[in-house]
Design a protein around this ligand. Structure first.
Ligand code: CP
Length: 422
């Protein structure tokens, strides 16, 4: 929801955004991500998400043809937090496109350990590379990077906030299983508070519409209000909350399991009490629909027993492969490097019903959901989120946007938390 916001991009009326889409040719869409940063998938349009899915499918069947797409390019992977899949897939993606990679895997191996800020690090690294993938424990860190430099920044996870490229992998997996991204009942189970992949997935599925979300978590790990508001703002989407996976498993078209995020807890006792709340087994899966894919961003700890791996519904290793393909599509797109032989298919055309769909505030669901910097935001606002980067890098200028919802007046532009008055 955070975004590069400016007054000129504030044309949130459905009529203006629809006419914009109608003038897009397929080739325009194919090149439209050049130079863009992606903090959240709200930064890009539905047509652009469709184009990335389309490109990933092409890449998978044209590995040799695309092998020199990014010759001469350099990617930096700045990972201040541990990662296996995301960092290695970003790097593999660039190598498979012909480019090169630099970076660090752990803040302790960088000058962040000496106190260097994200802003300064990006102003340095942007001299070396053409694109940056960054993971950071603080919410809003990727947004800080986009404000520091013009080099495309891809958010590889910012604290418990967002993980847009995992969502691209999730969308590709759901699409492969169902041939669609809407008219689905999607269960999300586990740590819905700190599970950033859940937040990104919900906000994006809302844009495709007609999704019923079943939010399955202990009371201590419920979905944040800004994500719930997003569902409430989408007329065609609904949700229910429950603690009981087995009560609802038979209703689900998709089950998205998540790990309880140990690293985000301040209370170790609470983590130990909650970590094994849900353990999906083959026996429990007997109550689920025969074609209900089980997704998980991984790593898993106990929440999916290994006996599920052999079930055809287990889709989590497919997600891993799709993650690499989607990152190949995204990296080449933000660099403006055309994939040899790629022609957009009909899939990139946003269907008329998606094009016409607006949220309860009249904002197009097909468009990038840019917010407007509210220059009249009260001076005395502060972000109460202790995990927000504005509360650790104190020289950052605090920014707030006027929330769409009536109940929440202003939200922090870095982490989407509701503001408080000082
Ligand atoms: N899915 C995911 O983000 O995995 P890693 O933490 O290993 O990158």
């Amino acid at each position: 929801m955070t975004n590069a916001m400016n007054a000129s991009s504030s044309s949130n009326s459905s009529s203006s955004s629809n006419s914009l889409h109608q003038t897009f040719s397929r080739s325009t869409i194919a090149n439209s991500l050049a130079g863009k940063s992606v903090v959240t998938l709200d930064d890009i349009s539905t047509a652009q998400i469709r184009m990335l899915l389309d490109k990933a499918r092409y890449i998978d069947s044209h590995r040799k043809e695309v092998a020199h797409t990014c010759d001469g390019r350099v990617l930096a992977t700045l990972f201040y937090e541990p990662s296996t899949r995301t960092r290695l897939s970003f790097e593999t993606a660039m190598l498979r496109l012909g480019g090169k990679v630099i970076g660090f895997a752990g803040a302790q191996l960088s000058s962040a350990s000496k106190g260097e800020t994200v802003n300064d690090t990006l102003k340095v690294v942007s001299n070396y590379v053409d694109v940056v993938a960054m993971r950071h424990p603080k919410e809003g860190a990727a947004f800080v990077a986009t404000q520091a430099v013009s080099t495309p920044i891809i958010n590889a996870g910012d604290g418990g906030h967002m993980h847009p490229t995992q969502t691209l992998a999730d969308l590709a997996t759901i699409l492969a299983r169902f041939g669609r991204l809407n008219n689905l009942t999607v269960g999300l189970c586990g740590d819905l508070t700190y599970g950033r992949t859940v937040h990104s997935l919900i906000e994006t599925l809302c844009r495709f519409g007609n999704v019923h979300f079943v939010l399955i978590s202990p009371d201590e790990l419920k979905t944040p209000q800004y994500v719930i508001d997003r569902i409430n703002d989408t007329p065609s989407c609904t949700y229910e909350e429950t603690r009981d996976l087995m009560e609802v498993i038979g209703n689900l078209d998709v089950l998205y399991m998540t790990r309880v995020q140990e690293e985000r807890f301040t209370d170790r006792e609470q983590y130990l009490r909650l970590r094994d709340t849900y353990i999906l087994t083959e026996e429990k899966l007997q109550k689920a629909k025969l074609h209900m894919p089980v997704l998980h961003p991984l790593p898993r700890i106990n929440e999916i027993a290994v006996d599920v791996d052999d079930d055809p519904r287990a889709a989590y290793f497919e997600q891993v492969k799709n993650g690499m393909l989607m990152r190949m599509a995204l990296e080449s797109s933000v660099l403006g490097d055309e994939l040899c032989g790629y022609e957009p298919t009909d899939f990139v055309n946003v269907p008329e019903d998606e094009l016409q769909a607006v949220d309860v505030h009249g904002i197009s669901l097909a468009d990038s959901r840019v917010h407007v910097t509210d220059v009249n935001a009260p001076e005395n606002l502060t972000c109460p989120n202790p995990r927000c980067i504005t509360n650790s890098e104190l020289t950052l200028k605090r920014k707030f946007y006027k929330a769409d919802s009536v109940r929440h007046e202003y939200r922090c532009m870095y982490c989407d938390e509701e503001s408080e008055s000082k």
